[in-house]
Design a protein. Structure first.
Length: 159
């Protein structure tokens, strides 16, 4: 690391500690040539993810959009802010672990529904009704029936 004062590349690390969100490391450095100290930050470089929408448009991944959709689905439900944040973190981790530069919005939507299903059934149905674009009551009822069937299968496995 070059010294910002004298441009020497003979520097040493005096102290290292994680930054508050643990996504970076703060390092105090000392220049061996001029003895001045300075701070650097090391951060993990992530691959920017592009989301391919249903209409084939592409846009950059936006955590806030996922969070907003989940918040709407969980409105007035017994789901804490911490649970919502955990769910968003979990979805984001799976999206970035794909190591793909482009991810279909349908993949993200299905991930969210899978995770909401286990968290809160009403929030799941709310999210599914918007995501799957139910056009009438029958398609909505079909989704509810499928949800009930899968819930029954899960109870059989537990027994």
């Amino acid at each position: 690391m070059r010294c910002p004062f004298c441009n020497s590349d003979n520097t040493s690390v005096v102290d290292s500690r994680p930054v508050e969100d643990s996504n970076a490391i703060r390092r105090r450095r000392k220049c061996e040539a001029c003895s001045k100290r300075f701070t650097t930050y090391e951060k993990i470089e992530t691959i920017p993810v592009i989301v391919v929408k249903k209409d084939k448009n592409r846009e950059q991944y936006d955590r806030a959009k996922i969070e907003a959709g989940i918040l709407r689905a969980c409105h007035k439900r017994p789901v804490s802010a911490a649970q919502i944040s955990e769910l968003v973190d979990s979805v984001e981790t799976e999206v970035f672990n794909c190591e793909e530069k482009e991810v279909k919005s349908s993949f993200i939507g299905e991930l969210i529904m899978k995770k909401l299903r286990g968290l809160d059934p009403v929030a799941y149905v709310r999210f599914a009704s918007v995501y799957r674009e139910f056009t009438d009551v029958d398609t909505f009822m079909d989704e509810l029936r499928q949800f009930q069937k899968s819930k029954g299968k899960n109870k059989e496995k537990e027994a």
